[in-house]
Design a protein. Structure first.
Length: 238
């Protein structure tokens, strides 16, 4: 399944912000294939090393590359269905690096099926949160990765109401861990408007995943489907 997923990607369309052969996304695809079919400890280690110093992440620079967003579901497939425990462990370690490292300036956002200009770390984290059951089954390291991904929260607004003081009260679906307020956030809308900087003054969340939030002085009333993510994530870059 992972080989089919690798072959389905147009890796040449993904930018290489390093302008170096080592950062070529095609190199990521090659390394992912090697990791998927590796049968010995040396083969797995060599493939993981290629990914750790190529177009997925660059370990010595603590750099994450845009191709990491595309490669993340493939590595998650290996965590869940890899043929050997060491393949699963290698994939898990690489995913942890992708969340920890910072992207290069000008390449810290990706376009996704649910929105454009999403911070790279948040897009990777959303893939990770989507494999919750598999990660919880993988033990302490899987749980640690999931906990880190939950810090890159996302709030999708279902309805909003303007208050007399020009603040907004909204009902939203929370993905990730509840957080302390006030906090700065990015507001993304499905209407092709620029990303806006807003402040979340209050958050009340429950176990259903629904949350009530108060936005202070939003620049416009967000329509249903608008989303909020941490402002600091959009500023992560080398």
């Amino acid at each position: 399944m992972s080989l089919d997923a690798i072959d389905a990607v147009d890796w040449s369309a993904i930018p290489n912000p390093t302008w170096h052969r080592c950062g070529d996304p095609e190199r990521v695809a090659h390394a992912l294939r090697l990791l998927t079919v590796s049968t010995t400890a040396n083969e797995t280690g060599d493939a993981a090393s290629l990914l750790a110093d190529s177009g997925f992440v660059c370990g010595h620079a603590a750099l994450v590359i845009p191709a990491a967003y595309t490669a993340t579901p493939i590595l998650l497939d290996l965590v869940e269905h890899g043929q050997r425990p060491r393949i699963k462990d290698a994939a898990l370690g690489l995913l942890s690096n992708a969340l920890d490292y910072f992207p290069t300036a000008g390449h810290n956002r990706v376009d996704t099926p649910y929105g454009a200009n999403v911070p790279l770390c948040c897009a990777i984290a959303r893939h990770i949160r989507g494999r919750r059951s598999a990660l919880l089954a993988h033990g302490v390291h899987g749980k640690q990765l999931l906990a880190e991904a939950e810090l890159h929260w996302r709030l999708t607004i279902e309805e909003a109401e303007l208050q007399d003081d020009s603040s907004l009260i909204a009902i939203a679906v929370l993905e990730g861990a509840p957080f302390r307020t006030p906090v700065d956030a990015e507001l993304h809308t499905p209407l092709k408007q620029p990303v806006q900087h807003v402040r979340i003054n209050a958050l009340t969340a429950d176990t259903s995943g629904r949350a009530c939030i108060e936005l202070g002085q939003a620049p416009f009333e967000p329509v249903p489907g608008s989303a909020l993510c941490p402002f600091e994530c959009g500023r992560r870059e080398h």
